[in-house]
Design a protein around this ligand. Structure first.
Ligand SMILES: [Zn+2]
Length: 195
């Protein structure tokens, strides 16, 4: 999971939650988190997770990203199933830690965050609201429309809406995005790669 070249390899355990810088954990005011609901109140849990933003794209929540796959209680303990976006994406552990901390702050005593690798996450799981927020943030949301031979899909410019755009680099600001440029308005922008 660690990026290569990291000298801290003799400690295989994930960093404890409290090691994360507090200011990076939750995008909004932590005191503004909705209160915990009763056992079985899935909507109350979802309302808390709606406040947990993707560290790489702080415009969308983990709910809008579609990575929260299950909210359930087993023997009175809250379980949340989370599917990472891109395998090997270094943000995965950060997201899981954020979800855990937000739930604890909201009042769930000992939430269990379970990583679900199957079925694999797909950009189809990003909600319509999430796609709108990506666009408003200046990131072209994933387009499922690939050509017959797998060629890059038409990507609409998030600034002007033109589909006259071209890929500049396979990698944008993070590995999960590609860098595009709009031929119409000349603005460069990130494209959230389709999976
Ligand atoms: Zn444009």
């Amino acid at each position: 999971m660690r990026m290569s070249g990291n000298p801290v390899s003799d400690n295989p355990r994930p960093a404890p939650v409290f090691d994360w810088p507090a200011s990076d954990l939750i995008g909004t005011d932590r005191r503004g988190l909705p209160p915990a609901g009763a056992e079985g109140d899935v909507d109350a849990v979802r309302a808390v997770l709606q406040e947990v933003l993707d560290p790489e794209v702080p415009a969308v929540s983990v709910v809008e990203l579609g990575i929260v796959r299950e909210i359930a209680w087993h023997a009175g303990r809250l379980h949340v199933g989370v599917t990472p976006t891109y395998s090997g994406c270094p943000a995965t552990e950060t997201i899981e830690a954020q979800i855990h901390e937000a739930l604890v702050i909201a009042g769930y005593p000992d939430p269990r965050i379970e990583r679900r690798l199957s079925p694999a996450w797909t950009t189809d799981w990003i909600t319509d609201q999430g796609r709108e927020k990506l666009r408003a943030f200046g990131i072209a949301p994933p387009s499922g429309a690939r050509g017959l031979h797998g060629e890059a899909p038409a990507v609409a410019c998030p600034q002007c809406g033109s589909e006259h755009t071209e890929p500049v680099s396979e990698f944008g600001s993070t590995a999960c995005k590609a860098l595009y440029r709009c031929v119409s308005c000349l603005e460069p922008f990130d494209y959230f790669k389709c999976l």
